[in-house]
Each structure stands twice: as structure tokens, then as C-alpha cells.
Design a protein around this ligand. Structure first.
Ligand code: NAG
Length: 207
């Protein structure tokens, strides 16, 4: 009976430990290197890019290719109550970055379940919005390739459709009892932006 209790407690503690990081995680400030890579991924950071219709109701502005709704949720920087304030802001790189910071502060989350909220999550959120940011379909896009080349120096062969083919990934997930432990450690590592090799390595394992 005592053994059973001990086992139960161990499992309980493991579950709680595994869950805590995602629930209590603070969203780090997006740093300038990450910001530049969002800009590269979005438009090759073309500061001459103004507002354009992208079909349907889609209307995006500036080098970060941001919509009115994104700007609004990002805290409406440059809002002086005039109809075109959002366009003026978004077409100005510095002002657009305020919207990105505001948006990430509000919606930052661990989209890829890596255990940390980092630039990989911000890149997903920037493109997909916070609601859809867990979708791995983004890994197949030019946007993601540009982001990786900018941010880690090369494009990983992490095409979403390869996920199913890579036997190692599911096996590692299933068998590796250390994963929850690693999650805990990552959080400790999380001096907010430590893109040390170790962290990128961990990222590759997760991806
Ligand atoms: C661009 O935006 C920044 C920050 O909002 C502002 O300080 C600056 O004056 C703007 N630049 C131009 C040319 O409007």
C-alpha cells in the first residue's frame, strides 16, 4: 500500500511539474535579433513596402506585413484618432515594431510546446496569429524558411510532411522519460533570450 502511494505521488508530482512551465510562463520581451528575423521572413524587410490588399478582406501594411486587427491588438501605436493612423504607423518600421511587441506581450505562448516561449513561437504567432500558432503547416512555408535562415543561419529540413516519415521523432517522444525533466530545466535556463547552442539543439530534438 505504501509503495502504491509512493508511486501515485511520484506520478502526481511528475504531472504537476510537467504542466507548471506552460501555465506559469512569463512572456519574454521580443529582442531585436528576433524582431529583424520576423521582418526578413515577412517581406525581406522591405521598408518601402506600403499597404496592399492580399485578396478577400486581407489588407496588410509595411515591412512586417501587419493587418489592422494585429495593430489594434498590439496596442494601437501611433493612434491619434485618425482613420489612417494604423497605416502610417505600420509603414514606419519603428512604429510597426511597437505593434509587434505589444501583440507578443499580449498573445505570446508556447505554440510549439518546446517548453519555452521564444522567437520560434513569436515567428509562428506573427504569421498565424495566436489562435492557430500551433499549426505545423507553417514549417512548409517560404516565410518559415526565411525565418530560419535569418535566425539560425540555415533552413532546417523540418517540412511538416516529413514528420510522419521520421521514425525517430515519435519514438523519442514516447520513450523519453526525461522530457518533462528537460522542460523544467529549460525554464530555469530561461534567462529570457538564451539562444545557446544547447537550446537550439533541444529545439531540433523537439522538431
Ligand atoms: C516612426 O515611428 C516612431 C515611433 O513611433 C516615431 O518616433 C517616428 O517619428 C516615426 N518616423 C516617421 C518618419 O514618422
Amino acid at each position: 500500500m505504501q509503495l502504491l502511494q509512493a508511486v501515485f505521488l511520484t506520478v502526481l508530482v511528475a504531472c504537476v511539474t510537467a504542466q507548471l512551465p506552460t501555465r506559469t510562463q512569463k512572456v519574454p520581451e521580443i529582442d531585436q535579433r528576433c524582431m529583424e528575423c520576423l521582418c526578413q521572413a515577412s517581406s525581406n524587410c522591405d521598408e518601402s513596402l506600403k499597404c496592399h490588399n492580399a485578396g478577400g478582406d486581407a489588407y496588410f501594411c509595411g515591412p512586417y506585413v501587419i493587418s489592422w486587427a494585429y495593430w489594434h491588438d498590439g496596442g494601437r501605436p501611433g493612434d491619434k484618432g485618425r482613420a489612417h493612423d494604423f497605416e502610417t504607423c505600420l509603414n514606419n518600421k519603428t512604429c510597426a515594431e511597437k505593434a509587434v511587441r505589444g501583440y507578443m506581450r499580449k498573445y505570446g505562448r508556447d505554440c510549439d510546446r518546446s517548453g519555452a516561449i521564444d522567437c520560434f513561437d513569436f515567428a509562428r504567432i506573427h504569421k498565424l496569429g495566436f489562435g492557430q500558432c500551433s499549426s505545423d503547416s507553417i514549417l512548409d512555408t517560404d516565410y518559415w524558411e526565411k525565418f530560419e535562415i535569418c535566425y539560425i543561419g540555415y533552413a532546417e529540413d523540418n517540412v511538416a510532411s516529413n514528420y510522419g516519415n521520421n521514425g525517430n521523432i515519435p519514438v523519442n517522444y514516447g520513450n523519453n522519460d526525461n522530457i518533462p525533466v528537460n522542460y523544467g530545466n529549460n525554464e530555469n535556463v530561461a534567462a529570457p533570450y538564451d539562444y545557446a547552442d544547447g537550446q537550439l539543439q533541444a529545439r531540433r530534438v523537439h522538431n
